[in-house]
Design a protein around this ligand. Structure first.
Ligand SMILES: C[S@@+](CC[C@H](N)C(=O)[O-])C[C@H]1O[C@@H](n2cnc3c(N)ncnc32)[C@H](O)[C@@H]1O
Length: 137
């Protein structure tokens, strides 16, 4: 499923289908400090600062809107113990995020959901914090 609201979904889909390329991952590690197939500019230090500012800890639920392959929300969950709902309308990104959730042993309710930020399939007041990295650009 792709929605009309996603900005150029074909471009993102194409990017996510090749972003596990070793040279791209090496560049990402060098520039951002991450290896999540990032498609934005959030550094690992900035992600750590957001986690601290949001008071993330086990038992809390974070939503990452426009997460692509899961950066930075999956990292914030792995490093703080909170749960994360990684949301993006592009299936190639959500599938990669889902694989990373399994690889990192993040437990439910952590999940990668293919959805549009304008129609998030969550109940009101059901999460503790929301982040978005390079989505409103
Ligand atoms: C520049 S990428 C950033 C991805 C990720 N946050 C990162 O830093 O690697 C922007 C993302 O926003 C998503 N996006 C675009 N329109 C959206 C919408 N209406 N709802 C949710 N996500 C959307 C795109 O599919 C894309 O994956």
């Amino acid at each position: 499923m792709r929605t009309d609201n996603a900005d150029d979904p074909e471009r993102f889909a194409q990017r996510y289908s090749v972003s596990a390329n070793p040279s791209q991952l090496a560049t990402e590690l060098e520039v951002l400090g991450s290896d999540y197939q990032a498609n934005g500019y959030t550094t690992i230090a900035q992600a750590d600062r957001m986690s601290a500012a949001l008071g993330l800890e086990p038992g809390k639920i974070l939503v990452d809107l426009g997460a692509g392959c899961g950066w930075p929300g999956l990292y914030m969950a792995a490093s703080t113990g909170c749960s994360v709902l990684s949301i993006d309308p592009v299936g190639e990104g959500s599938a990669t995020a889902r694989d990373r959730i399994v690889a990192d042993c993040l437990e439910p309710p952590s999940a990668a959901i293919q959805a549009d930020a304008e129609a998030i399939p969550l109940r009101s007041r059901s999460v503790d914090a929301i982040v978005h990295g390079d989505v409103l650009c």
